[in-house]
Design a protein around this ligand. Structure first.
Ligand code: HH2
Length: 431
């Protein structure tokens, strides 16, 4: 089931729903409901019919206070369900390498690890070797202890620093960055206030540059906000409100129990966002045609706001995604977009003007490609790899712009993304 080479943001359109199937006796909300593999399989199939993009099968509860289950017991729970779901889009919610390995062999395409590769030293290799998608989750402590007086100086920057460190770790272990999503871990070692603040400032986590998966569904924070200080769960209605709020703040995938309601609520939220923003991305599964990629096209240029940048060339890296129509599948270069001509056009745009802003440079390239090549849509990312703003170390700064032919006349605007800022003190200031 693993879609080779497709970045996670192309595999899952935004927003996507992940249905929760806990093959456990003790999960905080659906414990026992899907312990029988036949029940798990029919719940999962129903969720997929209702519009879930994937179902997350788990054999170990991670609710506060839960005790760990043995490898044998976890395998006994999930394997029959995974066998019954062969050929369908499945994620495995586990921290154990052996469970993940078996699940991937049975067709799972994503490993959802609430320990963010800290639980089992062998898991990183299993994910890297399989090419599976990976979700890295923030958790303070272990499920048994995590809700005992959790404290943070600034929960958002601490969660961001943790996720950034785990992202680097996963990449250094061989997992491709484009296959990873990040999750703030709602309820994993956080008070009600921490959870709400994380949700409110979710956009700051989006600056890490990876899609965000968020699990709020039926969690106790919702019941507590609704007025019951001892609540262990929240309602389905509260979950929908929270999911829409998370989507509006940047969430990409929502992990939920009540699929149909979430799909409907998020569809409305998506339509509202699309109406506000004008023409939007159609780089999504299900869109017709083919996406061509040119990655890391290096062209030196004199762009920037500092004087030395205008005087001396520095490298700029261009990534282009070109959505072309089925007509380009005739296997004749005359019908297709010729990479060489596109690369030459990018070089000419760069040479033709000195741009102060990466956004302007990316927009100029995107406008030129959308106007002059037979594309349905183009996304251009321009990266400046060696910038050192105010003495800080920056892995790169980048601007991403999408255009369809004629978009610029309708006034669509570029958006910029600045990622992985590290000070000399190793902290991560976020804008
Ligand atoms: N929450 C739970 C379990 N897995 N995975 C991700 N990525 N994000 C989450 O927020 C998350 C998760 C806990 O919820 P649930 O699976 O419903 O309950 P339990 O752990 O008791 O089985």
């Amino acid at each position: 089931m693993i879609a080779a080479g497709v970045p996670i943001e192309e595999r899952f359109s935004r927003p996507s729903v992940m249905g929760i199937v806990n093959v456990t006796p003790d999960s905080f909300s659906d414990g026992g409901a899907n312990l029988d593999p036949d029940d798990a399989v029919s719940t999962a199939r129903r969720m997929l019919e209702e519009g879930a993009a994937i179902v997350d099968v788990g054999g170990e509860s991670t609710r506060p206070g839960a005790t760990a289950v043995s490898l044998g017991e976890e395998l006994r729970r999930v394997i029959p369900a995974l066998e019954g779901l062969a050929g369908l889009p499945v994620s495995i919610d586990t921290s154990k390498a052996d469970v993940a390995r078996r699940a991937l062999e049975l067709g799972a395409e994503l490993v959802n690890d609430v320990t963010a590769l800290r639980g089992d030293p062998a898991l990183a290799d299993v994910v890297a070797e399989s090419g599976a998608y990976l979700c890295l989750v923030h958790m303070r402590g272990t499920p048994r202890t995590m809700q005992t007086d959790p404290r943070y100086e600034d929960v958002v920057s601490e969660v961001a620093a943790f996720l950034e460190e785990r992202l680097r770790f996963a990449v250094s272990a061989g997992v491709r960055e484009e296959r990873i999503c990040l999750d703030p871990g709602i309820g994993f070692g956080k008070s009600v206030r921490h959870n709400l603040e994380l949700l409110h400032r979710l956009g700051e986590l989006a600056t890490l540059g990876r899609p965000l998966l968020v699990g709020l569904s039926r969690k106790s924070v919702l019941g507590r906000v609704a007025g019951d200080p001892g609540a262990r769960t929240g309602t389905a209605a509260a979950s929908l409100g929270a999911a829409v709020s998370a989507f509006e703040r940047g969430a990409w995938i929502l992990r939920v129990h009540d699929v149909r309601g979430h799909v409907e609520a998020l569809e409305v939220a998506r339509a509202v966002a699309a109406a506000a923003a004008g023409p939007r991305s159609s780089f999504a599964p299900g869109s017709r045609g083919v996406t061509l990629e040119l990655r890391g096209l290096e062209i030196p240029g004199r762009h920037g706001v500092e004087e030395h940048e205008l005087e001396r060339e520095q490298p700029f890296l261009y990534d282009l995604w070109l959505q072309v129509s089925d007509a380009a599948l005739s296997d004749r270069i005359e019908d297709a977009v010729d990479y060489r001509a596109v690369a030459e056009r990018v070089r000419a745009v760069s040479a033709g003007h000195q741009y102060s802003l990466l956004e302007a440079l990316a927009a100029a390239v995107a406008d030129a490609v959308a106007a002059e090549f037979p594309v349905e849509r183009v996304r251009v990312r321009v990266r400046k790899p060696r910038a050192r703003p105010a003495g800080l170390t920056l892995e790169y700064s980048a601007a991403t712009v999408e255009r369809a032919p004629g978009d610029w006349e309708r006034g669509s605007r570029p958006h910029a993304l600045v990622r992985s800022v590290q000070t000399d003190h190793g902290q991560s200031p976020r804008s």
